[in-house]
Design a protein around this ligand. Structure first.
Ligand SMILES: NC(=O)c1ccc[n+]([C@@H]2O[C@H](COP(=O)([O-])OP(=O)(O)OC[C@H]3O[C@@H](n4cnc5c(N)ncnc54)[C@H](O)[C@@H]3O)[C@@H](O)[C@H]2O)c1
Length: 398
């Protein structure tokens, strides 16, 4: 039976590849949705798959079959959708295998560690879409009520012209975190540090709100960890096609961990999302009103902005410490995309643009000069061995 015939009415059969930290979040999300059913777990470490299989069973669902590779899972279980939750450097290679096998694919962020195979996955996703296969990349914070409120106001022009943004990811990750997996903190498999691993969500939101990025200028450093190749601290400025300017900051060296904060500012309104919640929101009304010559110095109207976005969710299910709300919301979008034959809300193209921006940041920090995103997309810097710190210290002290 083809994927499309299979998915018209019955629950979609899901394989989770990568049964580590985020694999469990995906399992928890799938358990929330009657439209999805985990049939297969894939991990090169059998104990990891076994542990997740037990957890799924304890939570009331059928025990999935366990496999070491995707091809074994395709041969041994019914699979319509594959979730790729393996180390970042495996994502494109495994997504290509999934699309080639005629399945839908959900890829954890980031899309991969570099853009060397970006054209290949874009072409494969396009060809697969023509056959009814959906390819989406996880960016669960696009589905936060706060993000949706800002996106809606932006699309309605209620912020006026977006002029600037400040994005800051101020987190802490212990040395133990980096030591917990051989792939963590390596260029080859993590693809970067505070920006690529922790910050890519915020980069994606920044691009979603401000549009196409043109140029980036960045510096990176490793300041509070050892034995790690990648940065734990980065700052950058970004210029957008619209002319808007943004400051980007990401760190895993901010003990004990502050919040992720995104300020978006425009000529008629502004918004601040802090820790995924709308902290401030001021947008012009439909008639473009509420303007004052010196501004309102605060005075937001956020009360209306976040309300009634997800009426189906009860407040008790929304505790983010126990419930993967963002992933569940994104899965609703993915299931609807599969059922209705439309593209998913977050596409492979979106993820390529976010990855190109992160990669441009690293190239800029390595070479010590501003870098055009289009040059990165065109492959101009594919051979650059990015490194943390780049040459800015030598420049400063020269
Ligand atoms: N969306 C989010 O908020 C979020 C949060 C955490 C991690 N992630 C992403 O999820 C991915 C995994 O991160 P993690 O923290 O769960 O890592 P992890 O190390 O906890 O888990 C990865 C798992 O993949 C398995 N694996 C490795 N190679 C494999 C292969 N070839 N085939 C099958 N399984 C293989 C490992 O054995 C391990 O069990 C990363 O890309 C990370 O960036 C996303």
């Amino acid at each position: 039976m083809s994927t499309s015939e299979n998915t018209a009415s019955a629950a979609l059969n899901v394989a989770i590849a990568g049964c580590g930290v985020i694999g469990r979040t995906h399992a928890a999300s799938v358990l929330e949705l009657p439209e999805l059913h985990v049939t297969a777990l894939v991990d090169e470490i059998p104990e990891a798959a076994e542990s997740l299989a037990q957890w799924i069973e304890e939570n009331g669902a059928d025990r999935p079959a366990q496999f070491r590779t995707l091809s074994e899972a395709f041969a041994g279980a019914a699979v319509d959708v594959v979730i790729i939750a393996t180390p970042s450097g495996l994502h494109i290679q495994q997504a290509l295998e999934v699309l080639d096998a005629g399945k839908h694919v959900v890829i954890e962020k980031p899309l991969d560690v570099n853009l060397n195979r970006a054209d290949e996955i874009l072409a494969a996703a396009k060809a697969a879409a023509a056959k009814g296969q959906v390819a989406s990349v996880i960016s669960q914070h696009r589905f936060d009520p706060a993000s949706l409120a800002v996106d809606e106001a932006k699309r309605q022009g209620r912020f006026g012209r977006l002029t600037s943004a400040i994005a800051s990811v101020s987190w802490w990750r212990s040395q133990g975190y980096y030591d917990s997996g051989a792939w963590r903190g390596t260029w080859a498999m993590d693809g970067g540090g505070a920006v690529m691993n922790q910050g890519v969500h915020t980069v994606d939101l920044l691009l979603w709100f401000l549009g196409r990025p043109v140029e980036i200028s960045a510096k990176t450093a490793l300041l509070a960890h050892e034995g790690v190749e990648v940065e734990d601290t980065a700052v950058a400025t970004v210029t957008f096609e619209s002319g808007a300017l943004a400051v980007l900051h990401a760190t895993t060296a901010a003990y004990p961990g502050l919040t992720v904060r995104l300020q978006v500012m425009g000529s008629k309104g502004s918004a601040v999302i802090d820790n995924d919640k709308l902290e401030y929101f001021h947008a012009a009304d439909a008639a473009g009103g509420t303007e004052s010559a010196m501004g309102l110095m605060g005075g937001g109207n956020q009360a209306e902005a976040e309300l009634a976005r997800f009426p189906e969710e009860s407040p008790t299910t929304l505790d983010p410490t126990v419930y993967p709300a963002g992933h569940v919301r994104q899965y609703r979008d993915i299931v609807d995309a599969i059922r209705s034959g439309r593209p998913a809300g977050v596409t492979v193209q979106d993820a390529v643009t976010a990855l190109a921006t992160v990669r441009a940041l690293y190239v800029s920090a390595t070479l010590g000069k501003p870098v055009l995103i289009d040059d990165v997309l065109a492959g101009k810097y594919n051979d650059v061995q990015v490194r943390t710190g780049g040459n800015h210290l030598e420049q400063v002290t020269a």
